[in-house]
Design a binder for this molecule. Structure first.
Ligand code: FAD
Ligand code: NAP
Length: 339
């Protein structure tokens, strides 16, 4: 049975650096550990929270239950042909290490997702995405255990119901399953996606004329490390809000009053509007409120300047939502999981 600790500070375990406590805390390094926790009668009734890297969490109060920190490691190439590779990774693997492993083997498809913090097991939860690539583009299947029954199941792409920063694990299956491992289908034929954001420009600045997956990864890492605050230095959980998708009629109307409003049409008569732009227009960029604020280089990122309480960050998020709604009539919803 994995060791059970009591009244443990979660500060080192969430990238916002919020100091709340878990009534019970344990670490698991394999399926057997998870099964033992599920079967132990005295733990049965406790609320449970699975923690990967804590990079998409905002804790607003102590957790009156059992926090399970995932330390499951291992990567295995299950199948390889001239064209593709099927790779299975244990859920506690660090996402970026997994990306680098695949690049080292010449397996492409996740280079645009370089340097996203967190674990492999959390990646399907919000269908992580960056620079025009989403996890679902390379996802094959995952294995998970039901936290009440101990029943093990395999979920396919369809069953995960992936959407924009969404999956079944944020809806019907919320908090119910422990994801054990994720299997990916990666390409051995170069299919680069460099058209998004500043990738192409950065490759040019790096004087790379014929990029490969490793070069794209380096470019993405360079952009991210110059633009985003490092959680080790300034607590944050990346983008606090999702980009809203609004009806194209509403977008065209807004364009009359705000000619500069950026928008990316989706394929269902909606337009994705960058939440960062909306927040910036409301005057929040770089603004500090007590121990928290919106970051100076990326207004979508809320930061902890030191000793912020989760409630303070939540209140700031609420004020930002309110002002965006007032100015543009648009609801922006949190991407971060608030507990
Ligand atoms: P955690 O924060 O620990 O958990 C997140 C959720 O997943 C929680 O509900 C948790 O209970 C659940 N969970 C975790 N592991 C498991 C498991 N094994 N089984 C079941 N449930 C589980 N996200 C993007 O999509 N794109 C980006 O470009 C991006 N950039 C970021 C940049 C920065 C600087 C930061 C701080 C965050 C960024 N994020 C981004 C958000 C975050 O990195 C991702 O959401 C990541 O997948 C979270 O992983 P984690 O292991 O830290 O999850
Ligand atoms: P950016 O390049 O400044 O672009 C601003 C926004 O416009 C992004 O949110 C992006 O939406 C959208 N966008 C840009 N080019 C687009 C295109 N060609 N087609 C459709 N949408 C486009 O963004 P950034 O802040 O530097 O972030 C770069 C990438 O990293 C983005 O994909 C972003 O999502 C990701 N990122 C995510 C987090 C997180 O915590 N979730 C944190 C940092 C960065 P999308 O967000 O939908 O891509």
């Amino acid at each position: 049975m994995p060791q059970l600790r009591e009244n443990v500070s979660l500060k080192p375990y969430n990238t916002f650096g919020i100091d709340v406590h878990a009534r019970y805390f344990t670490e698991v390094s394999g399926e057997q550990d998870v099964m033992e926790i599920i079967r132990k009668p005295e733990l049965k009734e406790l609320p449970k929270l699975i923690l990967g890297g804590g990079s998409n969490m905002l804790f607003t109060k102590d957790f009156d239950g059992l926090v399970i920190k995932n330390n499951m490691h291992g990567v295995e190439v299950v199948e390889e042909t001239d064209d593709y590779a099927i790779v299975k990774a244990e859920s506690g693997e660090t996402w970026h290490n997994f990306v680098l492993y695949c690049i080292g083997k010449g397996f492409g498809g996740i280079e645009n997702l370089s340097l996203i913090p967190g674990t492999v097991g959390a990646a399907p939860i919000q269908n992580i995405g960056a620079y025009g690539v989403e996890l679902q583009h390379v996802f094959e299947k995952l294995e998970a255990i039901h936290m009440d029954t101990g029943e093990k199941m395999v979920l396919s792409q369809d069953e995960c119901d992936f959407g924009y920063r969404e999956s079944v694990f944020k809806k019907d299956y919320k908090g119910q399953y422990f994801i054990l491992n994720v299997t990916f289908r990666l390409s051995k034929i170069p299919l680069l996606n460099t058209s998004y954001g500043a990738i192409q420009k950065t490759l040019e600045e790096m004087q790379i004329t014929e990029p490969d997956i490793a070069a794209v990864s380096r470019a993405v890492c360079h952009i991210r490390s110059t633009k985003l605050p490092d959680p080790a230095k300034l607590g944050n959980a990346g983008s606090f809000f999702k980009n809203p998708e609004i009806r194209d009629i509403q977008y065209n109307k807004l364009k009359e009053n705000f000619p500069d409003i950026p928008g990316y049409p989706t394929d269902h008569h909606t337009v994705k509007v960058p939440a960062g732009w909306l927040i910036e227009q409301c005057g929040w960029r770089g603004k500090r409120v007590g121990n928290t604020g919106s970051h100076k280089d990326q207004s979508l990122v809320l930061v902890n300047y030191g000793d912020a309480k989760g409630e303070e960050i939540k209140n700031l998020a609420y004020e930002i939502q309110r002002s965006v709604k007032e100015k543009f009539g648009i609801d922006i919803l949190p991407e971060v999981n608030i507990f």
